[in-house]
Write a protein that binds this ligand. Structure first.
Ligand code: NI
Length: 399
């Protein structure tokens, strides 16, 4: 006879025992990062590991994604456990022994850890396959970082056959201590749009600016003016972010370039706020450019919808976290302005996305996407136990 509660409580210790193996996997992935839709080496490692556990494995789902299905001995609901695999296009500056060996590519968001955690959870649950009623679908997703990996997998049918009833996904989070979880029912993370503004002036000699329309100067004014959109056009009781991460223009110090490209991102929780922000960006950029005799072409493309947790799934996950980690393990959160393409799964099936504390044991906690980013590997068994616990609780155990 299996005792469900007992089975969940042993997960933490079982996950701890798997930690050395998970650390080795994570460090290997960290040293060999691959950007979105190029995760071929990572996908091969994941597919091999899942096959070794006896799962039914599908590859090239959403281009480089991998899906492993663990069938229980009785039919029942299907739980989706999602991990993202992609790295970021940036140089790593940390000096850890497992630092990236590939110039211009780095696991700066911890998705190497998510992949290792997903494999740990698969191992924890595979050892209980005989007691499972239903199925667990392990989804290793490519291209989470603004490239639409979740959409590609959904397009390829990842939510069907077997049809998914609930989905869980996590993010290791260096802003909170190991052994804690933060999540909430409802909107947890913002939706995001990318913003591309092309300023077109009239190029010419830098020493004769009066014969030009200086696109660099116009771009500087446009960027400054757009800082007022959030502060002056959005209600102080709502949330929005307008940030620019790219400014490109010019080829030499003595040439005024014809065009400048400004790339940015808009984050909002609600569609009416989003529409107002996008409209004001367009109006202000075009108006400012025009006042200098230049033109501004503004293109906005949606990246992610807001990540909204189902109340029941969030309640289940928080309950599992309290059981496994203690009553005070669940930290309150007002939500996060970052976005997640887990939202594409959660807008189609109910589920819960949650943050797993991964603050470094010593030294500074560099932010996600920092060239020095690293996380506390002690968080990996915590994440795996939570994922496995949530799946077991949802499916129930065969008595
Ligand atoms: Ni991330």
């Amino acid at each position: 006879m299996h005792d469900a509660a007992h089975d969940i409580l042993t997960l933490r210790a079982e996950a701890e025992a798997l930690k050395p193996e998970a650390v080795a996997v994570r460090r290997d992935l960290h040293a060999h990062p691959e950007v979105g839709f190029e995760e071929t080496r990572t996908a091969r490692i994941v597919a091999d590991a899942l096959r070794e556990l006896g799962l039914t494995v599908d590859t090239q789902v959403g281009r480089t994604g991998v899906v492993g299905v663990l069938d229980g001995t009785e039919s029942g609901p299907t739980v989706l456990i999602r991990a993202d695999m992609d790295a970021l296009p940036m140089d790593e500056l940390s000096t850890t022994p497992y630092a990236s060996t590939r110039p211009g590519v780095m696991h700066a968001c911890g998705h190497d850890g998510h992949t290792a955690v997903g494999l740990m959870a698969a191992k924890l649950l595979a050892s209980r396959a005989g007691a499972l009623r239903g199925a667990v679908k392990f989804v290793f997703q490519p291209a989470e970082e603004t490239l639409g990996g979740a959409r590609a997998m959904i397009h390829d049918g990842v939510l069907e056959d077997p049809e998914v009833d609930v989905a869980f996904g996590l993010h290791l989070w260096t802003g909170s201590p190991v052994g804690t979880v933060s999540t909430k029912a409802g909107a947890l993370m913002a939706g995001a749009d990318t913003l591309e503004i092309r300023i077109k002036g009239r190029g010419g000699h830098a020493a004769m600016p009066h014969h030009t329309v200086d696109s660099i100067v116009v771009a500087a004014h446009v960027i400054s003016a757009l800082q007022t959109v959030v502060s002056r056009n959005v209600s102080p009781l709502d949330s929005a972010v307008v940030s620019f991460g790219q400014v490109e223009g010019g080829t030499a110090v003595n040439i005024i370039p014809e065009t400048v490209r400004i790339g940015g991102t808009v984050c909002t929780f609600h569609n009416d706020v989003r529409l107002e922000v996008v409209k004001r960006i367009r109006d202000v950029a075009q108006g400012v450019a025009e006042s200098f005799g230049a033109e501004a072409d503004v293109a906005v493309a949606p990246v992610c919808e807001p990540t909204v947790n189902d109340a029941d799934a969030a309640g289940l996950l928080m309950g599992v976290a309290r059981e496994l980690l203690g009553e005070s393990a669940v930290l309150p959160t007002a939500g996060v302005m970052g976005s997640e393409d887990m939202s594409f799964f959660l807008n189609r099936v109910p589920g819960c996305f949650f943050f797993v504390g991964a603050e470094p044991a010593s030294g500074p906690a560099y932010s996600h996407h920092s060239p020095y980013f690293d996380f506390n590997e002690d968080a990996m068994p915590v994440g795996a136990a939570l994922m496995a616990g949530a799946a077991l609780r949802y499916l129930g155990l065969r008595a």
